[in-house]
Ligand binder design. Structure first.
Ligand SMILES: NCc1[nH]cc(CCC(=O)O)c1CC(=O)O
Length: 314
């Protein structure tokens, strides 16, 4: 192959590492030459709260534009940053093997959540993490934070805050697992749908490339798990800024591989929550997620996510 396959990435260390992982897979398994191309996005250029930048899609659309107009052939995203609505002309070609999806605590002095004294300041910009920290009832004070992983870690090192909560996967990818003081059990904090997984997108018209990526890069269990988790988010019509956690796991059942999914929807402060789980065949992963979320809506999930007071303010 003379012209290399161009892989679009955001410029952050995490994004470049993720794209590098995919580049290595493409080169090893498809035998193609690859080239990384950095694309800057609105989410990278601004330090405003994500919600004010238009929420879910800020990191994603600039990369998709580069795929659609032919500057690059593939885009690599953190799957949890993808909006649930499909994008015109773009195919989700592969979900490679997933990192550990759990959240991680990075706290001063090696402390765990249970060891942080009441009144300790924990920083996170994620409504899902804010709500679940509140639900733990530990008397922690939660404060907002933005910026890349290094910036956030720096706030603990500088003593500005007592702890931050981050995706364990991001820390693993940039080689900072040494800083983790607790990997948070999903019983205490369910991760964001798709957390720890990567999305490899290409042009929908590149059907041959799409098929080869699906065959050689995709981990079928990871794909099924994120399909189930994203179906929860899509059915709830919630974005990445909603207090929704979901985690699907794949295991051998009586009739073959099964997906088991847990999900939670919380009030913003974590004072009320709806929690459910469901299971079904791997081949119907998305249906399992949809069914689970429909049950949560029956229990009032929509009112929890969009309380009347907040509707009036908007
Ligand atoms: N929302 C930002 C974001 N998008 C993906 C990751 C980490 C990697 C992943 O979750 O796969 C992060 C940072 C974080 O949540 O700590």
């Amino acid at each position: 192959m003379s012209t290399p396959l161009r892989i679009g990435t955001r410029a952050s260390l995490l994004a470049r590492t993720q794209a590098g992982t995919v580049a290595d897979l493409v080169s090893a398994r498809l035998g193609l030459d690859v080239e990384l191309v950095e694309i800057s996005t609105q989410g990278d250029r601004s330090s405003a709260p994500l919600a004010t930048l238009g929420g879910t899609g800020v990191f994603v659309s600039a990369l998709r534009d580069a795929v659609l107009d032919g500057r690059v052939d593939l885009a690599v995203h953190s799957l949890k940053d993808l909006p649930t609505a499909p994008a015109e002309g773009i195919a989700l070609a592969a979900v490679p093997p997933r990192e550990d999806p759990r959240d991680a605590l990075v706290a001063r002095d090696g402390l765990t959540l249970g060891e942080l004294p009441p009144g300790s300041v924990v920083a996170t910009g994620s409504p899902r993490r804010v709500a679940q920290l509140g639900a733990l009832g530990l008397g922690l004070e939660v404060t907002g934070i933005r910026g890349n992983i290094d910036t956030r870690l720096g706030r603990v090192a500088a003593g500005d805050v007592d702890a931050v909560v981050l995706a364990r996967a991001g820390l693993a990818r940039i080689g900072r697992l040494d800083l983790v003081t607790e990997v948070i059990d999903p019983l205490q904090m369910l991760p964001a749908p798709g957390q720890g997984a990567l999305a490899v997108e290409c042009r929908a018209v590149d059907t041959e490339l799409h098929a080869r990526l699906g065959e050689h890069l995709q981990d079928p269990a990871a794909r099924a798990a994120v399909d189930a988790e994203r179906a929860v988010l899509g059915t709830l019509e919630a974005g990445c800024s909603a207090p929704v956690g979901a985690l699907a796991e794949v295991a051998e059942g009586e009739d073959g591989l099964e997906v088991w999914i847990r999900a939670v929807v919380l009030a913003a402060d974590g004072s009320v929550e709806i929690r459910r789980s469901a299971t079904g065949p791997l081949t119907e992963a998305a249906k399992v997620g949809t069914r689970l979320a429909a049950g949560m809506l029956d229990e009032g999930a929509d009112e929890l996510m969009n309380p009347p007071a907040r509707r009036q303010q908007a």
